[in-house]
Design a protein around this ligand. Structure first.
Ligand code: 5GP
Length: 206
């Protein structure tokens, strides 16, 4: 279930030690926009593609944004230990395919996961040297605006996501670093710089 991409003209220098960076934060904060922007500038950065039981949104493709699987397939992935972490989020399950991530780390490449808070906690437990980045909204009002403005989800889905977001915002202190999403360009640059820092260098600033 790997979807490796390597076609950049501006190669990212290899990290001095392979590192796993986890980008998390409330739904709607703009994690996927930040990651998409970073990969546009640095397409060689490898982002794990998750498996999910959620139905594809318009424009989403199997193997690109997610591996879209049914409940039975997801059960199998869990039972076979094929997921590094997994979580239920707003009525659907999401999980990170383990092998692709470990293969990349093994080959010395920085790896990025964009996952929810429950998943971030599982990664912290199972991979102690993973570095956790919390993407925060500029304000709660801005987060509500983004969540309600997307227009792709039913009101009850949005309400559930807001509930989850309230809990997730309080988890900021569990993370190694917080990036405030005021500008997609700035945040994606900071995220890349963070990914390329040495493994032991958690608190260094860029
Ligand atoms: P969405 O349905 O909007 O694409 O994603 C919903 C939430 O699931 C987001 O917070 C996203 O970061 C999270 N998510 C996506 N993939 C994974 C995964 O593999 N594991 C976990 N734990 N969360 C994920």
């Amino acid at each position: 279930m790997s979807s490796a991409v390597s076609r950049g003209t501006t190669p990212v220098p290899p990290a001095r030690q392979p590192r796993l960076t986890v980008l998390s934060g409330p739904s709607g904060v703009g994690k996927s926009t930040v990651v998409a922007h970073m990969r546009k500038v640095h397409p060689e950065v490898w982002l794990s593609v998750s498996a999910t039981t959620r139905k594809p949104r318009p424009g989403e493709r199997h193997g690109v944004q997610y591996f879209f699987v049914d409940n039975e397939e997801f059960d199998k992935l869990v039972a076979n230990g094929e997921l590094l972490e997994w979580a239920e989020f707003a009525g659907n399950r999401y999980g990170t395919p383990r092998k692709a991530v470990l293969d990349r780390l093994e080959s010395g490449e920085p790896v990025l996961l964009e996952i929810d808070l429950q998943g971030a906690r599982q990664v912290r437990e199972s991979m102690a040297d993973a570095h956790l980045v919390f993407l925060a909204p500029p304000s709660w009002e801005e987060l509500v605006r983004r969540l309600t403005g997307r227009g792709t989800e039913a009101p009850e889905v949005i309400e559930r996501r807001l509930e989850v977001a309230r809990v997730e915002l309080a988890a900021e202190k569990e993370f190694d670093v917080t990036l405030v999403n005021t500008s997609v360009e700035d945040v994606s640059r900071e995220l890349l710089a963070f990914m390329l820092r040495r493994s032991g260098d958690r608190n260094a600033s860029s």
